[in-house]
Structure formats: structure tokens, C-alpha cells
Design a binder for this molecule. Sequence first.
Ligand code: GCU
Length: 334
Amino acid sequence: VVSAAALTLAACGGGGDKADGSDGAAAADGKTLRLAINQTEDYPSTVALTSFGENLSEATDGRWSVDVYPNEQLGAQAEALQLVADGAVDLAVVAGPQLENLNKDFVVFNLPTVFKSVEHETSVINDPEITSELYSSLEDQGISVVGGFTAGMRGVYTKEGPINTPEDLAGMKIRVQETDTNIQMIEAMGGKATPMSFGEVYTALQSGVIDGAENAEPSFVTQKHYEVAKYFSYTDHLINTDYLVINSDLLKSMSEDDQKIFREQWDGFLDEFNGLWEESISTAIDEAKAAGVTFTEPDKEAFAEKLAPLVEKNITNDTQQKLLDATRAAAPAA
Ligand code: GCU
């Protein structure tokens, strides 16, 4: 699949015939960009990215457009990220934990308690003064981060419930994203962490390979996990970030004007997404409740206490410390 995709890319993408001046590289005049995302068609980011593609096409007279491939069609996030690095896929949405596997400095945005609210998160992850070095830090690996948007405040959901305290998670296998900090997180909260990709979670819940998972309401519902796990507990243990990544060579091949248009359309994406996000939470809750899901408020303090030491433990260099300080400085006054 990868090599076929790469061949197609070589045939229709690559350099155009305009020189961009500075380094003599040819600037691409346009292309239909393939975008990988693991969410369903009706998830807010998929919807807003589809509009992003349409708007990009309109703003460039059809030269640049986007084909969105939802539901892990081009691979789970780890594979999609690799495909973008290789240039076989142009764009992908990946969650922070995936980027932490490429550069540990992303850890700062993946740790529990760092973001105080989704608003706080949104202001930090779109502030170039805080993020620009981080977002270009993967260029030597072929990845440029376009920007971030929230994946929401996460709760724990289980087949047997409800979860009220860390003790209730004892012995329970809870699916986490495939990364160290996520494993540490569930272990600290009292459960047994089982890392696996997003698309595997439904079957794992159904077959009993796992007892539960953790996510925000829109994923809990659009992935249909609520059909199997009927207890959603608002542990509020993590605010997670999704990123749009693009192949670095492709981005560099775009003319400056086109890069500017691309950025403007990205801002448009953020506006649309942020509007859809809030709405999708209440829709998800209604749908889950109608299907018999119980939402509960656990002892959040008990979980927060267990999670607090993770920050210090995982901040191990100056870059991370600076990112953390800037993030904390941007927090709204309590
Ligand atoms: C959220 C997030 C995804 C991520 C998923 C997960 O749905 O938006 O990017 O893959 O959580 O738990 O894997």
C-alpha cells in the first residue's frame, strides 16, 4: 500500500515548473492532498477539515485541494504519521502522544493537569511564541506541525462501573494511547494500562480484552464505545491535543503565497472546529444517555492527587521546562 501510494504521489505531485528562488527548489503549483484521520465522517475535526479542503480549493482556484480519508482508512495514527514523514500521505491528524514518540518535548502538552481548561489549551497550542520551535522540531524527520486543536477533556469509561475512586480501577485493564505518559497516567490512577490504537478499542471492549478506555464524550460516542461501556466517569484526568501534520518537503514546495493561503484556511478551520466542538459534546451526551449510559462525577481530587507527580517526573530538560512555564503563565487566573 505504501509503495503504491508513494508511486502515485511521485506521478502526480512533486515539483511544479516555477522556481521559488532562494534554494532553487521547484515550487509545486498545486495538488490534491491526501489527509489521514482516524475519526468518523461526523466527528467535528473531520467535518471542519472537509470544509478546510473546500475553502483551500476555492481560494487557490482549484490548484490545491484535500481528500479526507476518515476511519483510519490510510492507517492508524502511528502508521499515518510515518506515511506523512515518508511523503506517501500529505497530511494527517495525530494526537499529542504520537508526537511525543518522535520528540519528547511534546510531552509537556500530554501531561495531566498542565492545561487547566480547553480554553487554556486552545490559547497555548495556537500561540506561535510558545509553540513555533516545537512545531518545527520534527522537520528533519519530514514532519511539520500546522497547528493544534483540542481532543477534549477526558473521562474513564468502563463496562462495569461506575468508577468513583482510584481504588475502583484496581485490576481493570484500561486502553490508553501508545505512549509512556499515557501508560504512567492510568497506572497512577489505579488501573492497568493497555496501549492500543484507537480503531482497535471497540472490538477490545466487546471481547473483554479491556475493561474500559478513556476519552472525551465525542469520541466515546462516534466510535460507538458507549454501546459496550455504559459507565462514563468524569475523572477529567487529561486534556488531550490533536495536531494537523504535513510532509515538510511538500510544505516547502508551496509558494509563499500559497503557504499564506494555507495558513489563512487553517485559521478558518480552527474557527469552525471550535464552534462544532462544544455542540458535539452535548449531542454525544444526549445520544449516550438515550442508550442507557450513566455519567457520574467521581472524587476528582483523589485522581488529581495521584496524577500530580507525573509532571515533575516527565519534565527532564530545559526546553520542556520553558514550555511548561510558558503554558502555566498563559493559564487564566483561577
Ligand atoms: C481522541 C483524539 C484522537 C486519538 C484518540 C485516542 O479521539 O481526537 O486523535 O487518536 O483520542 O484515544 O486514540
